[in-house]
Design a protein around this ligand. Sequence first.
Ligand SMILES: NC(=O)c1ccc[n+]([C@@H]2O[C@H](COP(=O)([O-])OP(=O)(O)OC[C@H]3O[C@@H](n4cnc5c(N)ncnc54)[C@H](O)[C@@H]3O)[C@@H](O)[C@H]2O)c1
Ligand SMILES: [Zn+2]
Ligand SMILES: [Zn+2]
Length: 340
Amino acid sequence: MKCVSIKGKREFEIREVAEPIAENGEVIIDVKKCGICGSDIHYWESGEPVGLILGHEYVGVVMNPGNREDLKVGDRVTALPISPCMKCSACETGNLQYCTQTWTKATGLSLAYPGALAPKMKVHSDMVVKVPDTISDNEVAMVEPTAVGLHAIHLADIKVGQKVLVVGGGIIGLVSAMFAKKEGASYVALSETNKARGEKAVELGVADEWLDANSSMIETALSKTNSGFDIVIECCGNEPAVTSSILCVKPGGKIVLVGVASEPIMVPTVLSVMKEVTMQGAIAYTKDEFVTCIDLIANKHIDVLKFVDDTVGLEDVQKSYERLTSGSNSAVKILVDPNK
Ligand SMILES: NC(=O)c1ccc[n+]([C@@H]2O[C@H](COP(=O)([O-])OP(=O)(O)OC[C@H]3O[C@@H](n4cnc5c(N)ncnc54)[C@H](O)[C@@H]3O)[C@@H](O)[C@H]2O)c1
Ligand SMILES: [Zn+2]
Ligand SMILES: [Zn+2]
């Protein structure tokens, strides 16, 4: 079968690979749609590991249910990409995202478990979740990033009336802003370096206003909030973005760090000390949060289709990554149909 895999820095190739075989009771899935994620972009930009088949936000149909007796051929499913051991204390307390093994064999994020940029894939059977008929394929492909936003918002613990800044208007920033409003924030601002994405956040109704991170945004932020935001949700991971979070949060406020910095970064921690800021990391989601997102979407409590810009085939994956990283395009979420 044809797949897309990493060839080098910012370079994919289309190549032939063998179809997946279930060796450990895995579920084999016929992939229908797969989203391109900001984390996938980090791998593509670094060019490593060569040969990696990305794709961890997907919907598919069961071809072989493996050791899952409750599944049958033809069921529509998605899955958490992680590979928890299910034995350690993190796993036992339901925090599969902290398990030290959870990312080592993650689907679409490791060579051992190739992802959904291919027509077929094998998935850790215990992570597979069946989805109801009331949720469309595109919506299912949006569950994983939506769950990242929900987890960040749960950790942010927003109180009704608080002012929230979301730094970065990729999909993680957009869903976080959407949930911040749902939690009762009185003012949600979103900062962006990309004007088109900033404007889009306001057009889509998830942010009240966008702040241009290329200009004197800090002064604007402080004047709009009196002394800073109660909560900042950082959804970029780079040095200027984390620094702006520290500058914009109010004394005693909280920053939720969702963005991933692939290298160590320098930030003015002295300001966090002076302001007694709470810094809260956020990684992935619990299984409950993942399933909650399926329910929220299926029951029409949230609209995630508004974030989907395009659907492309495998031949256009390279172009789509370039489009998503142009710094000026408004596209945020592109889905890939490996059979298109
Ligand atoms: N913690 C987790 O579990 C988790 C899960 C998924 C993604 N992530 C990470 O979250 C981040 C966001 O993911 P995404 O899919 O939305 O990525 P994305 O690349 O689509 O979005 C990042 C956005 O930040 C903007 N940006 C860059 N520098 C900025 C700055 N200084 N100020 C304001 N905006 C700035 C970019 O223009 C871009 O629109 C990535 O680092 C990703 O790896 C973390
Ligand atoms: Zn993702
Ligand atoms: Zn574990």
